[in-house]
Design a protein around this ligand. Structure first.
Ligand code: MG
Length: 253
């Protein structure tokens, strides 16, 4: 892996689309969630005006922009409200993509998840380490203060399912067929792009397949995912900020 400072104009040449992970890349890591009885409180993180302006400029420089997140559509729409005409939103770890008001569903997880959901609810009911179930349509996301072995054990017994722990929550989803990479493959079809035309930046374990699926993977945390280039996670600027600065610096016009 090379530092982003060594990324050159030649490597930018074939890139037509840039795929951004959200948490840890466009906004700092961490989701605040609280669940008391039937009331779930979820903090919406705001994309800084500077990043919104950068994304606009990247779009004006001729790049397509895809946001790929484990978050739900409602939240991504809220976060990217100001630039919705310029971006496509791939949500819940590649399950579906929103583009200009149209929804492309990539995965149908209903049969896989319908039985495990009540089991998880029941077992976790009185677990103090559970902060809450994040509202999702195609995956199950459980925020926890720390890793909970019971979740892993319940899911391990279910055929075809897997859990991903990202340091603050578990995503429960279909093994192999419900990943950000699957989402990206569909997005590439929608926009008629090849692997070489895609740059992707992500910081966490659920980004590994996404990054591997792009021709130009950029790691925003080299301890968790690998890429051709890396951006430091800590520092004055967010990883996406640094990457966009670099792209704009190398773009003609
Ligand atoms: Mg992330």
């Amino acid at each position: 892996m090379l530092p982003l400072s060594q990324f050159s104009k030649k490597e930018l040449e074939p890139i037509r689309m840039i795929v951004f992970d959200v948490d840890g890349v466009l906004v700092p890591r961490g989701t605040k969630i609280k669940q008391v009885g039937n009331t779930t409180t979820l903090e919406t993180k705001v994309i800084h005006e500077k990043q919104i302006e950068q994304i606009k400029k990247i779009y004006e420089a001729g790049f397509l922009i895809n946001i790929s997140s484990g978050r739900g559509l409602y939240m991504l729409q809220e976060m990217f409200r100001g630039i919705l005409p310029f971006v496509s939103l791939t949500y819940e770890n590649g399950s579906a993509t929103w583009y200009k008001g149209k929804i492309y569903q990539h995965v149908n997880s209903f049969e896989y998840l319908k039985d495990v959901f009540p089991k998880l609810k029941k077992v976790l009911e009185n677990n103090k380490n559970v902060k809450g179930f994040e509202p999702k349509e195609f995956i199950i996301t459980i925020h926890c203060a720390e890793q909970i072995k019971e979740i892993e054990e319940i899911v391990a017994k279910e055929k075809g399912l897997t859990t991903i722990w990202n340091g603050e929550a578990y995503d429960v989803q279909i093994k192999g067929d419900q990943t950000k990479a699957v989402g990206l493959r569909h997005v590439m079809e929608i926009f008629k792009l090849k692997k070489d035309n895609v740059m992707a930046i992500g910081d966490n374990y659920n980004d590994a397949e996404l990054l591997a699926e792009s021709g130009m993977p950029i790691s925003a945390d080299k301890n968790r995912v690998s890429g051709k280039f890396y951006v430091p996670l800590e520092g004055e600027f967010l990883p996406a900020d640094k990457l966009m600065q670099k792209i704009l610096e190398l773009s003609p016009g």
